[in-house]
Design a protein around this ligand. Sequence first.
Ligand SMILES: NC(=O)c1ccc[n+]([C@@H]2O[C@H](COP(=O)([O-])OP(=O)(O)OC[C@H]3O[C@@H](n4cnc5c(N)ncnc54)[C@H](OP(=O)(O)O)[C@@H]3O)[C@@H](O)[C@H]2O)c1
Length: 328
Amino acid sequence: MWQVLLYITGCLVVMLGLLVVVKGWQYRQGFGWCTSQASMEGKVVLITGASAGLGKETALDLARRGARVIMACRNLQKATKVLEEIREATGNNLVEVQLLDTSSMASVRKFANNFLKNEKRLDVLILNAGIIGPSKLTFTDEDNEITIATNHLGHFLLTNILLDLMKKSSPSRIVVVASLAHAFDEGFDIDNLNMKKNPYPGSLKTYSYSKLCNVLFTKQLTRYLEGTGISCNALCPGVVGTEIFFKGSWNILWLFYGAVSKFSKTPLEGAQTIIHVAVSEEAETKGEFYDNCKVTDSSPLSNDLVLARKLWEKSEYLVDLKPEERHY
Ligand SMILES: NC(=O)c1ccc[n+]([C@@H]2O[C@H](COP(=O)([O-])OP(=O)(O)OC[C@H]3O[C@@H](n4cnc5c(N)ncnc54)[C@H](OP(=O)(O)O)[C@@H]3O)[C@@H](O)[C@H]2O)c1
């Protein structure tokens, strides 16, 4: 009897394994690839969080296309090693690293004002830096919740300060690296962007909220940018095997990563949608959401224009946007 059971169990395990392999293979066939050969010579690209993962791959590709790439990173030592790799691989010595911590509005202001002093144009701004924050509720020195500050508020302020330069450089593009996780929005409270109301929803929920903020920001900014020659689009790079899963204190993410890593994208594959939206002639869209290099629907809540407007106002308040920083 037990031999029959063992045989059936064995068959089930083999079938399940085959199913996983087939489904994983099918998922991999759906990966989008940027086919544009567009040259970026003479263009200035600013990318946040280029010291690892998707940002690093994107910086490498844009450097290959001849752009002057400014890698805005929080860890200069780590980023300088990546810079050397990129210069060596591409022969492009216009690539540079500069210090930027997107969780600190003081750092964003310092970086952006220096940028305005030193650069004559900005053609592509890629808002990529991101974290899945610590499992315990954590605030920055400026009293902002750290994930919302890093993934949304810092980018909100940076974009606002650089907007005038981007208008002068138009046609120019803003690329917002969001995530399909933006759709896990249950419990999102626009009056609780600082996560001060009890109970704290946890780091994964807060990450999803920060990515919802990325998409809402894209929608509202698109309205403000009408007639300026600047486009703004958001995207999901897919599930990509990067350091982001190991930096938070969530061990469960290790398990998740272990389970999906066989079929998840490599950073090179994940970067394709970012590169596509940044350079492709096919991506001359405004206010869209991309997945696998194609326009797709974002969640219903991310299309709520009243909410998008409210988020903009709350963000202005939280970063204390000054009149001279407002260019829309
Ligand atoms: N990986 C995925 O499956 C996935 C899926 C959907 C969306 N995304 C999004 O893709 C973007 C890139 O993530 P990734 O997967 O490439 O992760 P990653 O490998 O961890 O890279 C994140 C980058 O952001 C930087 N960063 C983090 N906090 C920063 C801060 N306060 N100031 C400046 N830079 C900061 C990191 O710097 P350090 O090197 O110093 O840590 C690193 O360069 C994120 O916005 C993420 O939400 C990723």
